[in-house]
Design a protein around this ligand. Structure first.
Ligand SMILES: [Zn+2]
Length: 247
């Protein structure tokens, strides 16, 4: 069912497209049915919706395994077996890639567990959609086409710089929202004069554990941080990600 609020508007994801309807910015499928109330929506065109759905199909199946948060556990039991039953290729990919790893527990000790293969670039791409959608949802602004939307997954121990120096800018404009009973949350802030110049921290299932490829076979929490803004923010991103070519 279409509604006037979302139909015939510029698509928040690609800017050029015309929305066919409102689209859930964070897919309802990440959460058990009774946790899905009041999830934010944004106007989206059909092609963007289709591209985003493909990412959602993968991520709603795989991401719940990364956390022992209540919503993730419930999502695992409720739906995933059913989804994998229909998607043999994904089932085989996951099954053949299972590896034993060490996981850091909350008190810092290491525990044996298993890890599933994961395509992190799909999560990064998906988070770009989420940030575009939420910028519109929070401030009614569409991120212009020439702006940068950069998603930076940081290991938890290295995300301090972002939290302390970027996300804490303009504290009076900072917002923190918890959705789906803690299944998803975000903190954001923006430039006072330009809402499309913004900083984000996104959290699925409170704490996602993902294997750090560089540090042996340990699982660590990642923090999904994002920055949007005019092309002039490139040096800030390079500094944050350590890709600066300056000496
Ligand atoms: Zn679009």
């Amino acid at each position: 069912m279409g509604s006037k609020k979302y139909k015939g508007k510029p698509c928040v994801y690609c800017v050029d497209g015309v929305s066919s309807d409102g689209e859930h910015i964070i897919s309802r499928e990440f959460f058990p049915p009774t946790y899905r109330g009041n999830l934010p929506k944004a106007p989206a065109c059909r092609p963007c919706n289709d591209r985003k759905s493909k990412l959602e199909h993968y991520l709603t199946t795989v991401l719940p395994f990364s956390s022992d948060h209540e919503t993730a556990l419930k999502a695992q039991t409720d739906k995933i077996a059913q989804r994998l039953y229909k998607n043999i290729a994904l089932k085989n990919e996951l099954r053949s890639g299972i590896i034993p790893v060490l996981m850091k527990t909350k008190n810092g000790s290491l525990e044996d567990t298993i890890s599933l293969p994961f395509q992190p670039e799909k999560l990064t791409e998906y988070c770009k959609y989420i940030v575009r959608g939420l910028v519109w949802y929070e401030w009614n602004v569409i991120i212009p086409k020439d702006y940068i939307v950069e998603v930076m997954p940081f290991w938890q121990h290295s995300s301090g710089l972002f939290r302390d120096f970027v996300l804490s800018l303009s504290p009076d404009l900072q917002r923190h929202k918890i959705l789906a009973k803690g299944g998803f949350e975000y903190t954001c802030t923006r430039n006072r004069d330009d809402a499309a110049f913004s900083a984000w921290q996104l959290k699925f299932y409170e704490n996602m554990l993902i294997a750090a490829q560089l540090t042996e076979d340990k699982l660590e929490c990642i923090e999904l941080c994002a920055l949007t803004g005019p092309p002039t923010i490139r040096p800030i991103i390079e500094r944050l990600t350590g890709n600066s070519e300056e000496t």
